[in-house]
Design a protein around this ligand. Structure first.
Ligand code: ATP
Length: 168
């Protein structure tokens, strides 16, 4: 099976006495992966309205996953963020319905990053092919709003990290 390795970020920012996270509404809404037992469950049915996901992308040759996370966050959301810790690797299988119909086994490494600078959703025009919009969501709502259960798990880990590391 074809493999893809990606990396992404949970960018946190403290504003108005609460934690917020950066999420994207992907432009394309490809159908979810086939629901075979070995594949990770795709989107929950109730989230059909708006697709919310974490920023992420393929690891380039010679790039460390952490660097990919920083780069993809900047490209897809417009903000610059600094890595704090690794949160988790998620895995899923999907079918490339838009091209060769290959089944793809994908691993995405997620990092916790802290907002540093930049304006949310100020992204290059060519990124609009991939990202409809990028926005801040309150961390405690994000867990419900994200479309993929494996990404919701990553948000939970981020919350737990922030609770156990008050110095962040
Ligand atoms: P990347 O963002 O890594 O460059 P991409 O945009 O080409 O990759 P994905 O976002 O992995 O590809 O989307 C490919 C397929 O996988 C789509 O059908 C999408 O619905 C599905 N998918 C995306 N994220 C997840 C996830 N966290 N869990 C399960 N399926 C997912």
């Amino acid at each position: 099976m074809v493999r893809e390795i990606s990396a992404g970020g949970v960018v946190v920012r403290h504003m108005e006495n609460a934690w917020w996270i950066a999420v994207i509404e992907p432009q394309k809404d490809a159908p979810p992966a086939a629901p075979t037992p070995s594949t990770t469950p795709a989107r929950s049915r109730k989230s059909q309205k708006t697709l919310f996901a974490l920023p992420k992308g393929l690891v380039d040759p010679g790039e460390k996953p952490e660097q990919t996370a920083v780069r993809e966050v900047r490209e897809e959301t417009g903000v610059h963020a600094i890595p704090i810790a690794k949160l988790a690797d998620i895995k899923y299988v999907y079918v490339r319905t838009w091209s060769d119909h290959q089944r793809v086994f994908k691993i995405v490494s997620f990092y916790l990053l802290r907002y540093q600078s930049g304006h949310m959703d100020h992204i290059a025009p060519e990124m609009r092919i991939e990202v409809k919009r990028a926005l801040w969501l309150p961390l405690d709502q994000a867990e419900k709003k994200l479309s993929y259960s494996n990404e919701r798990k990553v948000i939970r880990l981020a919350r737990e990290y922030l609770q156990s590391h008050p110095e962040v």
